[in-house]
Design a protein. Structure first.
Length: 303
């Protein structure tokens, strides 16, 4: 039937793929905490098994090897990959100090930080609507973290660690704003390759996790939350308008907050929920203008 191959049907399938990938990422914190692993070891497992999953997927689909990069991009990709791995480790530590949901919400201020950094560092335009979105997001962040008296105790060390992860991911976004684009999945492959190599000494010095269920939880961080999730998200994102991808990116933090409530009975205070809502509104508002660089920049927003 022709209906199934129509542009509307193709866009719907792409939206479902991106939503499924975001929902999968939303469960990442549960797998991390259930593994009982330290942050650096968990990040190594994510990189190692993610590298394996992405390589097998590329071979199974007979795609161009993901390790092949456009000419002149190797150094840029290497630095960006190292920064992403740093942000993963720091974010995993932050999750262990904050609730999974709150850490994810704080981290999602990163797209607006990238807007401001792009205007300051690269001279990109920053319309008044985006300035307003940044200010609204800061207000929401203040409420979500309890700075404006939400009545909930918050680990400021966890918030600070999220800030470090945001800075690292923002630097990645600036590095990738170049004339020669790098395919998102190729960048993901190199993130995993660099991380598996750099974090290996940590496991060598500190030992492997005890064999058992922990290995299943940790392997899933790479196979599910990196390999499968990235294939779903970027496969869908490439076929969707920027405004729609901005909206679908809220699936990730929404599922994270749901998991926090259902699995760990961690509920945000009413004032924090108000802050989360303001941040969501700011992110949607700030991402409304269509940008050709959005799919590439969005890669740096994944936890």
């Amino acid at each position: 039937m022709q209906v199934s191959s129509s542009p509307a049907a193709a866009e719907t399938r792409a939206a479902w793929r991106m939503a499924a990938g975001g929902a999968l990422l939303g469960t990442l914190g549960v797998f991390l905490l259930e593994s009982g692993s330290d942050a650096a070891s968990a990040a190594w497992f994510r990189c190692a098994f993610g590298l394996l999953a992405l390589t097998l997927w590329a071979r199974a689909t007979r795609r161009t090897p993901l390790w092949r990069l456009p000419a002149g991009t190797a150094l840029r990709v290497g630095v960006a990959a190292a920064l992403v791995v740093l942000s993963w480790v720091v974010f995993f530590v932050a999750i262990q100090h904050l609730s999974v949901g709150l850490a994810t919400v704080v981290f999602h201020v990163q797209p607006l930080c990238l807007m401001v950094a792009g205007a300051w560092w690269l001279g990109e335009p920053l319309p008044r609507a985006r300035i307003a979105a940044v200010l609204l997001a800061l207000l929401g962040l203040s409420l979500a973290t309890g700075l404006l008296g939400s009545g909930a105790a918050v680990s400021w060390l966890g918030v600070a660690l999220c800030g470090v992860a945001v800075v690292a991911q923002t630097a990645v976004g600036l590095l990738l704003r170049a004339r020669t684009p790098v395919p998102p999945l190729a960048l993901a492959w190199w993130q995993c390759a660099v991380g598996a190599l750099v974090l290996w000494p940590w496991l060598w010095l500190n030992g492997w996790p005890a064999w058992g269920p922990a290995w299943g939880w940790l392997a899933a961080l790479g196979v599910l939350h990196t390999g499968l999730a990235y294939v779903l998200i970027y496969g869908g994102m490439a076929r969707l308008a920027t405004a729609r991808t901005a909206l679908l990116q809220f699936v990730y933090p929404a599922v994270t907050l749901l998991c926090d409530a259902l699995v760990y009975q961690r509920l945000l205070a009413p004032g924090q929920w108000l802050g989360v809502g303001l941040m969501a509104l700011a992110l949607w508002w700030g991402a409304r203008p269509v940008s050709a660089a959005a799919p590439q920049a969005a890669l740096t927003r994944r936890g």
